[in-house]
Ligand binder design. Structure first.
Ligand code: AKB
Length: 331
């Protein structure tokens, strides 16, 4: 604090003075807490601001700054960027594939209108922007095994359509205005502490909870449905590495990220090494058609070449890490 003209003014405790100041939108979702933790360790707790439209739990509030930020309200976003002197923005707010099909107009609002606000905000304030894309940005006409970075993109979900729009707009803003836009197409993300938010790949998280709780799991996909997946620590490291990569190393602005690729049956076969009694049932629902239209394996040699992307967790490694994280302690 400092006394200015008789008034006490509080300045940010800038743990690391030359660090970028970073805003994460949609940070109460699957990825935000973990990313904030890593970035706060690197850049200082107060330089990384989590935001969302819901009340945060005490453990979020205790761990660093948290703000209300509605991505549909441009003035609210602009005031945060100005007041908090933001340099980098990580845009995680999105309506995922399965929920998007239940509510197309909400998906359009969040994934298209919201993204327009974010691009304009970043252009006007000269921010670096990371916004994830997805395997859902591809469709049934795309070569599915492997799927290259630049290929046919005719997705059949509103989530996929809006993510292709985001990718193209990001590349357009980069070429037209010099916006420092970076995007990675993520596979389904598997995480222990935070839940996925209504996607088609969610079974790969639910199965662990149900296996531990009841020893049974009814899967909404066919046993042979192969999709690309990634364990959260790998996904967060990819985010940080792409966010920090020197701009001149980036030959693309949207990169495929690949880690593991498996079917429900292969995952179910990996779990009995740890829970021998697991019983599986399969009852495909409307998510099967979405999964069938997506890639089976992403080709990510550009990410590996340009910014040294490497995954660490394979199927057995991810499976034992998930069970270790979720199993009741003492067992
Ligand atoms: C979803 O299933 O919608 C997401 C994704 C692959 O982007 N997890």
């Amino acid at each position: 604090t400092e006394n200015v003209l008789g008034k006490t003014r509080t300045f940010y405790s800038v743990a690391k003075k030359d660090s970028p100041r970073i805003l994460i939108t949609g940070s109460l979702g699957q990825l935000g807490r973990g990313l904030a933790k890593i970035l706060r360790e690197k850049y200082g707790r107060d330089n990384v601001i989590m935001s969302d439209i819901a009340k945060a739990s005490w453990d979020v509030l205790e761990n660093g700054p948290y703000l209300y930020a509605d991505i549909l309200d441009f003035k609210n976003l602009q005031s945060i960027v100005v007041n908090e002197r933001i340099d980098w923005l990580v845009h995680f707010s999105a309506i995922l594939s399965s929920v998007g099909e239940q509510n197309v107009s909400q998906a359009l609002q969040v994934n298209v209108e919201g993204v327009h606000n974010i691009f304009e905000l970043c252009r006007r304030n000269n921010l670096r922007l990371f916004c994830p894309s997805t395997i859902g940005a591809f469709g049934p006409e795309t070569p599915s095994n492997p799927t290259p970075d630049v290929t046919v993109q005719r997705p059949k979900t509103i989530y996929g359509v809006s993510k292709v729009h985001m990718e193209l707009l990001g590349e357009y803003y980069h070429h037209k205005f010099g916006l420092d836009f970076r995007s990675a197409r993520f596979p389904g993300v598997i995480s222990a502490e935070t839940a996925p938010g209504g996607g088609t790949t969610d079974y790969a998280v639910h199965i662990f909870h149900e296996a531990l709780r009841t020893g049974r799991y009814k899967c909404y996909l066919r046993p042979d449905t192969r999709m690309p997946m990634i364990y959260l620590p790998d996904c967060l490291r990819a985010t940080v590495e792409l966010l920090e990569a020197p701009s001149e190393k980036l030959n693309l602005r949207t990169y495929n990220i690949s880690a593991i690729s498996f079917t429900p049956e292969e995952l179910a076969d990996a779990i009995p090494k740890f829970i021998p009694t697991l019983k599986m049932e399969y009852e495909p629902d409307e998510r099967q058609a979405i999964a069938d239209s997506w890639p089976q394996v992403l080709e990510d040699s550009n990410a590996r070449k340009d910014w040294n992307w490497q995954h660490v967790y394979d199927l057995p490694g991810m499976t034992s890490a998930m069970l270790e994280a979720l199993a009741p302690k003492g067992k």
